[in-house]
Design a protein around this ligand. Structure first.
Ligand SMILES: [Zn+2]
Length: 319
């Protein structure tokens, strides 16, 4: 059974907001768009594995999609974690396209596609490190550590994967999606003695779910963007022009003439995703470039956001 679903990616929402809020000719926009595309491709790869994992015995496996845990040595993220009575399995999905070469000797992965070469860390070292962090986390939380297996799964059919290695882990633990179920079945057979009792199985799952800490990055800091480069104002949902005019109940775009009732919602979301998710009405009024205080107050209070404090000093929390 799926204990934790992937859910909408907050990283994707943040990257999209940042792209909307930067001028088209901003020097960093291309690399941000590339990062967004890579992120979306990664999610697609993970989603494609959901199909295969559906074939597993629903009661036997507790499945966690996109789990991020914080240990004493920092946080770590797992594309999939499967908890069974016999063992725990870490799955790292790679949705790379092109020719993939993994070289054990240099601990690197080379991706060749469209006459372009890109280099990534060795995915086996990556899952070994995740395994180490998970063991530490289990110990920190006073669990006896069951056998922990790991797999690197290449999910894209438009790729040719080649491994140059001598250690068995490189031969046995790097697979294609189509082999996933067979591999999990054989792992189950090799760990035929149940290590966890039903109660501990439940306890570990519960603790893992409770300990999930989503990554909350400030992208303006991450990409070292000058805050003055961020486009302020309510944007037209159709053509992204800014600012658009508030005319009675509507937002009207003078560029494409489209009319919207809730263009401000996206602007509040952008503010919360990029700048901060706790704000006063005057901060939002400034971001919206709105002259009217009463309109700003009306727009915000209508949203029924959680808030603290009174009158002028009232701080609203977005989600
Ligand atoms: Zn427009």
């Amino acid at each position: 059974m799926i204990v934790k679903y992937r859910g909408t990616s907050i990283k994707k929402r943040k990257l999209e907001a940042l792209i909307r809020r930067l001028p088209r000719n901003h020097p960093k926009i291309q690399s941000i768009i590339e990062d967004l595309n890579k992120h979306i491709s990664g999610i697609k790869g993970e989603e494609s594995l959901d199909y295969y994992l559906n074939f597993l015995d629903n009661k036997k496996f507790h499945i966690f999609q996109d789990l991020r845990l914080k240990g004493a040595n920092g946080a770590f993220q797992l594309d999939f974690l499967l908890v069974a009575l016999e063992f725990i399995l870490i799955i790292e999905a790679k949705n790379y396209v092109g020719e993939i070469i993994i070289e054990e000797k240099y601990n690197q992965l080379t991706k060749k596609h469209n006459d372009k070469e890109e280099y990534y860390p060795d995915p086996i070292r990556q899952v070994l490190h995740q395994r180490f962090q998970l063991i530490t986390w289990l110990k920190e939380n006073n669990f006896t550590v069951p056998p922990i297996e790991m797999l690197v799964v290449f999910t894209n059919t438009n790729s040719r994967v080649q491994t140059i290695a001598s250690t068995p882990i490189y031969k046995n633990n790097i697979i294609r999606s189509t082999l996933l179920i067979e591999k999990i079945n054989s792992l189950t057979q090799s760990h035929n003695r149940g290590m966890l009792d039903l109660n501990t199985h439940k306890k570990i799952s519960k603790k893992l779910l409770k300990s999930h800490t989503p990554l909350d990055e400030n992208l303006i800091t991450k990409y070292n963007i000058d805050i003055n480069d961020i486009i302020t104002g309510v944007q037209c949902p159709n053509c992204l022009s800014t600012p658009i005019q508030k005319i009675r109940a509507n937002w009207v775009c003078s560029i494409c003439n489209s009319i919207s009732k809730d263009a401000h919602l996206l602007a509040i979301e952008d503010y919360a995703l990029l700048i901060k998710d706790k704000f006063s009405i005057s901060e939002i009024r400034e971001f919206f470039n709105l002259e009217s205080k009463s309109i700003a107050t009306k727009l915000i209070t209508k949203l029924n956001l959680k808030h603290e404090g009174k009158s002028k000093g009232r701080i609203y929390t977005y989600k």
